[in-house]
Design a protein around this ligand. Structure first.
Ligand code: ZN
Length: 109
């Protein structure tokens, strides 16, 4: 599950949760807390052949659009590179350090 905020003014969903809406500038504190499901699909991605220290290569950096409409930046490791593409179905989860990672999801499930 992914924690997020939903703006009551423009109805955009923001991950991670914020008190101010980055879309409409709503600063009145009218943000509701929402919890999103972990399913989404790949909007765009890039493969880092020389990732930062502490990461295995190759590292995939992907923009994932969650089914509820929020877009999150996720890291993918130990992914089958041949099967990652725009529109790939994925499952997003929190890593121990708070970052988001993703794994490929079987279309049938
Ligand atoms: Zn807003």
């Amino acid at each position: 599950m992914i924690e997020a905020s939903k703006c009551r003014h423009c109805e955009k969903v923001i991950v991670p949760p914020r008190r101010t809406c980055p879309y409409c500038g709503n600063k009145t504190g009218e943000m509701s807390s929402v919890t999103l499901g972990s399913r989404g699909s790949v909007l765009s991605y890039t493969i880092l052949e020389m990732p930062p220290d502490g990461f295995e290569r190759p590292l995939v950096l992907a923009l994932i659009e969650l089914d509820q409409g929020a877009v999150v930046l996720c890291l993918g490791q130990e992914i089958d590179m041949g099967s990652v593409g725009i529109g790939s179905a994925v499952e997003v989860k929190h890593m121990t350090d708070g970052r988001l990672s993703f794994t490929l999801r079987n279309e049938d499930t």
